[in-house]
Write a protein that binds this ligand. Sequence first.
Ligand SMILES: Nc1nc2c(ncn2[C@@H]2O[C@H](COP(=O)(O)OP(=O)(O)O)[C@@H](O)[C@H]2O)c(=O)[nH]1
Ligand SMILES: [Mg+2]
Length: 446
Amino acid sequence: MIHSDTIVASATAPGRGAISIIRLSGPQSAEIATKLSGKSLKPRIATFGSITSESEIIDTGIWIYFVAPHSFTGEDTVEFQGHGGPVVIQTILRLMTALGARLAEPGEFSQRAFLNGKIDLTQAEAISDLINASSVSAVKAANNSLRGQFANQVNKIVTDLINLRTQIEAHIDFPDEDIEPRSIEAFSSTISQINSELNTLIVSANEGAKLNRSAEIVLIGEPNAGKSSLLNALAKEPLAIVTDIPGTTRDLIRHDLLIDGLEIRITDTAGIRSTDDVIENEGITRAINAIQTADLVLCLFDERHQTISEDTVLNLVGNTETAIGLLRTKIDIQVAPIRNQTHYPLLEISAKTGLGLPEFRNWLLEKLSLTTHLETPFLARQRHLEHLQKAKACIEATTNHHLTIETIDLIAEDLRLTQNALSEITGTFTSDDLLTSIFSTFCIGK
Ligand SMILES: Nc1nc2c(ncn2[C@@H]2O[C@H](COP(=O)(O)OP(=O)(O)O)[C@@H](O)[C@H]2O)c(=O)[nH]1
Ligand SMILES: [Mg+2]
C-alpha cells in the first residue's frame, strides 16, 4: 500500500537534548528536504546542511535519504539530525508542513511499515514493547519478537493449518465419495499435532506476557510490622502515613520503583489481623487480593511482637504459588539474631536507618530476574494470549465431531476459524479498528 501523503514527526523524545531526529516519510520527503537544505540528497549518504527560512538559518545538521522500499516504512524517507531544542524542532516541523507534509499520528511510521509489508503486527508491537521494556529480560524478548521469532512460530502453525484445510476441503467438493479411513486417521493426527504445537506456544506466550509489565511486589504483615516505613524508604518520600497505631494503612498504596533498570511496582497494604472495623476489613480484603497477582510477596515482621514460622507465613499469604520472602524489620532496635524457622529466604532491614536496604535491593534484583524467566523466547501481549486461546478453543471444537463426510464441512469451518484467530496475531487477518487501536498506543514519531 503506497500512501499519497507525506508524514513528519520528531522521532526523539520531547524536551531538550543534544540532538533530535526529525523524520519524513512519503512521496514528498526528498522534495521537502531538498527545498529546505538546498542540496540534492544522495540515498544512504549523510549530507551536512542547514535548514534556512527567509534567508535565516534555523538549524544545521545531517540529512539522510532512504529510497523506497529500502527504508523502515518502505516509503521514501528522510531523516534530519539537528539540535534538540523544542523551539528549533517546532519551527522545522512547521516549515515541513508548510511544504506539504502532515504531522504524523502516534505510531504512524510503524503502521506504514506494517501496511507496506516491512514488518508484521507482532514485530510492530515489539518495537513499542522494546521502547517500553522494564527489564533486560524484556529487552531480549522484545528483540526476539522483533526478529520474528513469535511470528515464525505462529506462521508455522498457520502453514500446517492451510495444508490440512486444503486436503480436508477437497473432500467437501466431492460429497458422494466417502473419506478413506486412512485419510481420517491422518487428519485426526494432524489436528492433534497442531493442537499440541498451539499448547506449547501458549505456554511460551504466557511467560512472554509476564515480561510485558513491571514486577509486582506486595508488602504484607501484621499491623505495625513496618510495611509503610519500608515503602517510604524505598520511594524516598513519605507516601504512606506511618504511626505506631495499628491499622493506620487501610488502602493499597502503590509506587513504581526503578532498581538498576528493573521496573518494580511495590504495593503497601493494610496489616492483616482480625478486626471489626469495616474500612480496615475492606483494606485487608484488598491486601489478600493483591497477593494473588503478585510476583513476590514480602512478609514483614517485627520480632519483638511476632515470631515467624511456616504457619504464620501461610496465615498471612494464604496458600499461594507466588514467590515469598521474609523481612525482619526494625533491626536498629532488635539485637538478638533470629532463628529462621521456615524455608523461606530471610532478610533483615531497618527502614529507619537504612541498615540492610542495599542487600535487600540486590536480593530483590536477583529474585525478580530469576522469576522473570531469562529464557523467555519472545514478548507477548494480552491481545496475543486472547487470540491464542480463541485458536485453541476453535481447534478443540473439531473434536466435537466424529470426522465423516457428513461432518467434514463443520470441521473445515472450525479449522478456518482457528487460522483466522492465529492470523489476527500477525495481522494478516485484522480489522482496521484493531490496527488503529494498536498503533495509537505508540509514541509519536515511531
Ligand atoms: N526503630 C524503628 N522503628 C520503625 C522502623 N520501621 C517502622 N518503625 C516504626 O514502627 C511503627 C509502625 O510502622 P509502620 O511503617 O506504620 O508499620 P505498618 O503498620 O506495617 O505499615 C511506627 O511507629 C514506625 O516509626 C525501623 O526500621 N526502626
Ligand atoms: Mg502501614
